[in-house]
Design a binder for this molecule. Structure first.
Ligand code: HEM
Length: 506
């Protein structure tokens, strides 16, 4: 062991055995956190000496501010990243420069359009009343231990349906409305989204020559990738072609039920005429496939995972749960009786105005995302040799990995109580939400590539959490060390979150 190294280094193999062991045990995030604490926030992870897979790992906010904000032009996603993330095609996550600028502008105008925001909330409410709550109600009527529900799985199904409706304009009904118990139906499509996420992490860990060889031979993880990819393509290209035919044959207008993003993009071409197609043809099947896939996957996974971690954190901190319920109770009591019917009053369904006033719930979402940032790693590739503020030299084409998970557990950022779940740390003395610079609270990234769905995510998570916590109590099962984060693009709970559901009598 090299005494200056944070991790065991083996002859020839470098740190690879420790890395693989932590992957196998689902302890990769804690392994990184320990190593980063030991080294003051930055270290070089050395792979086998015969292949070039070394990368710098950092959680140091001064390095992060420098790389993402001050000298961002020198740090890009890079060629290898594009290859690893191939299933996402040329979607916004995979590209730099002009293509990224074009897509960012387009998605910004789509996602932050007030009409689309209103449509998002209506769709969410409708699906929640018709599908999510009936499934939970049914589980709640079963007394005894047998009817434990994997609520992460239920949320994932719900969000898959919801994102397909918002993005593609149809409901795959993965969470069926009239569910009468037993096993929930399988969905090859939703599973394919999961499998592609696993493939990406596998590719990140093994040398590019190994996985490209496996891909050519169609074996192992790469065979899984090929099958999942083809399932996703069938769904997406099929929907795109159908939508185009529909638009060509009918006189189409963007009415109430046609606010899905796919239709919006197809209709937009005729309206704007700004010649943006010179950079990318917005209506080409490939562009639409890559963009729609990115949005469905991101929306489904991030909202599912935030809601699952939030419920877990809240249920394990009864004082936090009590304060959230008090805040919701006050918001409901403050409604003028004439404005809402009885069902609505008791239902915990908050409107936008009410959601904006739920400071404690907002702080709880922030605190959950600090300790469980759903995108636990971020990546950049160095363009030209540079020296980071921490004094480390980075070389051309070297990879830098940012452990966002570890950042939430650093005393130098959050203080001595960094491991405690304390929503109060987000609230100022005057009762407002404190502003923490994004290069310290990196859950939504900092700089020009900041998440475009941040405001949508906060609204949706607060909306769902308030209705769920107000209406149900979740009695968690196997709530101990078995709760482990997955190692993937998005951090889920490895074995789901099993709970008995109990209806509250508010
Ligand atoms: C709590 C929920 C969410 C979290 C924690 C989150 C986090 C992130 C992160 C870390 C990135 C940077 C990824 C990278 O560059 O590699 C990102 C980018 C992005 N996010 Fe989110 N996200 C969330 C929800 C959403 C939602 C609901 C949408 C929309 C459906 C969305 C749309 C995007 C887009 C389009 C980008 C690309 C921005 C760019 O490259 O310019 N996100 N998000």
């Amino acid at each position: 062991r090299n005494k200056h190294s944070p991790v065991y280094q083996w002859p020839f193999l470098g740190m690879l055995p420790s890395l693989l062991l932590s992957l196998y045990n689902y302890t990769l995030h804690d392994f990184c956190t320990r190593a980063l604490r030991r080294t003051g926030g930055t270290f070089l992870l050395k792979g086998p000496s015969f292949i070039n897979v070394d990368f710098m790992v950092t959680s140091d906010p001064t390095n992060i501010n420098y790389i993402f904000n001050k000298n961002a032009a020198n740090y890009k996603k890079g060629r290898d990243f594009r290859a690893i993330m191939d299933p996402l095609g040329d979607g916004i996550f995979n590209v730099d420069d002009d293509s990224w600028k074009f897509q960012r502008k387009l998605l910004h105008s789509l996602l932050n359009n007030p009409e689309f925001e209103g449509h998002t909330m209506k769709t969410l409410e409708r699906k929640m009343r018709s599908n999510l709550l009936p499934v939970l109600d049914r589980a709640a009527t079963k007394v005894g231990g047998d009817e434990a529900l994997d609520i992460q799985d239920v949320f994932k199904r719900f969000m898959f349906d919801n994102m397909c409706m918002l993005v593609l304009g149809f409901d795959p009904k993965y969470l069926p409305a009239g569910f009468e118990g037993g096993r929930l139906p399988k969905s090859a499509c939703s599973n394919a989204f999961d499998e592609l996420g696993e493939v990406v992490i596998y590719r990140y860990m093994v040398p590019i020559c190994v996985w490209t060889f496996q891909h050519r031979l169609r074996i192992g993880m790469e065979w899984k990738c090929i099958r999942a990819w083809s399932t996703v393509d069938k769904l997406l290209y099929g929907t795109i072609n159908m939508k185009k035919q529909e638009l060509a044959t009918k006189k189409h207008s963007v009415g109430n039920d046609k606010r899905d993003l796919l239709t919006q993009v197809l209709v937009m071409k005729d309206e704007d005429g700004r010649g943006d197609e010179k950079i990318i043809d917005k209506t080409s099947n490939n562009f639409l496939r890559d963009t729609m896939f990115t949005l469905v996957a991101v929306g489904r996974d991030t909202i599912t995972a935030s809601l699952t971690w939030l419920i877990w954190c809240v249920v394990n901190h009864p004082i936090v749960e009590k304060r959230i319920l008090e805040e919701l109770g006050l918001a409901i009591a403050a409604r003028p009786p004439t404005e809402v019917d009885e069902e609505e009053r008791g239902g915990g369904f908050m409107n936008n105005n009410e959601l904006n006033k739920l400071v404690y719930l907002h702080a709880t979402v922030c605190e959950t995302l600090r300790l469980y940032p759903l995108v636990p790693f971020e990546h950049k590739c160095v363009v030209e040799v540079d020296v980071l503020p921490s004094g480390h030299t980075v070389h051309k084409e070297e990879r830098i990995v940012f452990s966002i998970y570890s950042m939430g557990r650093m005393e130098n950022i959050w203080g001595k109580d960094c491991m405690e779940f304390k929503p109060e740390r987000w609230i100022s003395e005057t009762g407002t939400i404190l502003h923490i610079p994004s290069y310290k609270f990196m859950t939504f990234i900092t700089g020009a590539r900041t998440c475009l769905g941040k405001s949508m995510a906060f609204t949706q998570v607060k909306y769902l959490a308030s209705a769920l916590l107000w209406n149900y109590k979740f009695d968690l099962i196997d709530n101990g060390p078995s709760v482990k984060p997955t190692v993937g693009m998005v951090m889920f709970m490895k074995d789901g979150l099993k709970a008995r559901v109990i209806k509250r009598n508010n």
